[in-house]
Design a protein around this ligand. Structure first.
Ligand code: ATP
Ligand code: SKM
Ligand code: MG
Length: 172
């Protein structure tokens, strides 16, 4: 069985959707951000503060490759930036991978992130106006990488259940 890889911008719902998909399919869910935190024995915020983003990106790449190489069936939820560094986007095309981009509009992302930004170091210190502009530009830059996914699911105005169903249809 192929690895199911969910990707997309911060707040698009990778962790939430993957957890629900995991319950329905009984395929274990691995959250790359969580595994990085366990390995580093510190939070993502602390990794950024103590070691910087480049260190984080190296660790992220190393652990992503490791997860793809393991023999187990898994749903892997990537970090928001994972496809955009270290040529990770090329790994989304692998034969043993089903990669799915959870595509959200700027408004959806802003509404989900605005009250929930403290654990996301890239936006933690921005005010509301800065955040909206940042998301718009950043999403534009990142879309090139996200579009390397084999499948795209739009998440705007959909419940968790509806998005999970869209993914089940892709996997069927
Ligand atoms: N229909 C929906 N589908 C998914 N998540 C939703 C939905 N509606 C609201 N949310 C909320 O959006 C927030 C962001 O979701 P989540 O943390 O799963 O995103 P993420 O893509 O894993 O983000 P990150 O890259 O920062 O880890 C959560 O608080 C979640 O409950
Ligand atoms: O979009 C990003 O670059 C990030 C998203 C999060 O999932 C974390 O991986 C980290 O905060 C960086
Ligand atoms: Mg997440």
């Amino acid at each position: 069985m192929k690895k199911i890889v969910l990707l997309g911008y911060m707040g698009c719902g990778k962790s939430t959707i993957a957890q629900n998909l995991s319950k329905i399919t009984n395929i274990p869910f691995l959250d790359l951000d969580k595994i990085i935190e366990e390995r580093a024995k510190m939070s993502i915020n602390e990794i950024f503060e103590k070691h910087g983003e480049i260190y984080f990106r190296k660790l992220e790449h190393q652990i992503f490759v490791e997860l793809l190489q393991s023999a187990e069936n898994n749903i892997i939820g990537l970090g928001g930036g994972t496809p955009c560094y270290a040529n990770n986007h090329e790994l989304l095309k692998g034969d043993d991978v089903v990669s799915i981009y959870l595509k959200a509009s700027i408004d959806t992302l802003y509404n989900r992130l605005v009250y929930n930004k403290s654990k996301r170091p890239l936006i933690a210190n921005m005010n509301e106006e800065e955040m909206k502009e940042f998301i718009a530009k950043h999403l534009f830059d990142r879309s090139f990488y996200y579009n390397h996914a084999q499948h795209k699911v739009s998440v705007d105005d959909k419940s968790v259940e509806e998005t999970v169903q869209d993914i089940l249809d892709i996997l069927a």
